[in-house]
Design a protein around this ligand. Structure first.
Ligand code: NAP
Length: 242
């Protein structure tokens, strides 16, 4: 059984990625934080594709929660390992830096950056031992060019990009690749409060992207065919200059 874990698989991009990996034959572990019902809906979509999976609830920003949930899973599944990890869960807490509260900064750093450490470190050993693994981090245009009002989010995503490049070099010889996908503006709950009519005038493609358009790239990076692609950041942004 080929197993993949998608954090934040209950909605948006994570849901589309879960379905894409199911199409590729993966058993998909759908992580969620608060929305168990939506995670169950993702699982149903996975089953509709003829694959299977399970939902697994934990808060990616808590080291204790991550290690408890994944430790219990490992104990119950001896001999199996998670060969594809998609670090996708993320939040926004936008504010101009001058007025940014420590809490807004820390919540975004803990959820979008520190989660990368807690989950990747925990699952890496098995990938190295089995000499096959794929780690794909969902970052953002914001982490490449910076976006006003998102100093916390830009810092977190830029941090993940740096960690992606460093880790890729640490483990390339072990057949474990580490890449990042940087979406621009994608139509999900996260962007529901944005003025799409105004923002799309800046996007060469003239529209927001779809979660499936991000999932297609993640699906490629998770595949055997992508075995020589590591330490890179793939933009999925309709032509926005980065
Ligand atoms: P979304 O629709 O708001 O979904 C966010 C997902 O993350 C949900 O499944 C949510 O789980 C999960 N999540 C949030 N905090 C979590 C936590 N502490 N522990 C576990 N899961 C948590 O967002 P999205 O647009 O799909 O974004 C997915 C990723 O793409 C994020 O990393 C985001 O930064 C990145 N991104 C998005 C865009 C965009 O335009 N949408 C652009 C660039 C990058 P629950 O449902 O259980 O709350």
């Amino acid at each position: 059984m080929k197993i993949a874990l998608v954090t934040g698989g209950s909605r948006g991009i994570g849901r589309a990625v879960s379905v894409k990996l199911a199409e590729a034959g993966y058993y998909v572990m759908v992580n969620y934080h608060t929305n168990r019902q939506e995670a169950e809906n993702t699982l149903q979509m996975i089953r509709d594709k003829g694959s299977d999976g399970e939902v697994i609830g934990f808060d990616v920003s808590s080291q204790a929660a991550v290690e408890l949930a994944l430790g219990q899973w490992q104990a119950a599944h001896e001999g199996e390992y998670i060969r594809v990890l998609v670090n996708n869960a993320g939040i926004r807490r936008d504010a101009l830096l001058m007025w940014m509260k420590n809490e807004e900064w820390n919540d975004v750093i803990n959820t979008n950056l520190n989660s990368f450490l807690y989950i990747t470190r925990f699952l890496l050993k098995d990938m190295l031992l089995k000499k096959w693994g794929r780690i794909i981090n969902v970052v953002s245009l914001s982490g490449i060019k910076g976006l006003p009002g998102q100093a916390n989010y830009s810092a977190a995503k830029a941090g993940v990009i740096g960690a992606t490049k460093a880790l890729a070099q640490e483990i390339a010889k072990k057949n474990v690749t580490v890449n990042a996908v940087a979406p621009g503006f994608i139509r999900t709950d996260m962007t529901a409060d944005m003025d799409e009519t105004q923002l799309k005038t800046m996007i060469p493609a003239g529209r927001f992207g779809k979660p499936e358009e991000v999932a297609a790239v993640v699906g490629f990076l998770a595949s055997e065919e992508a075995s020589y692609v590591t330490g890179t950041v793939v933009n999925v942004n309709g032509g926005l200059y980065t």
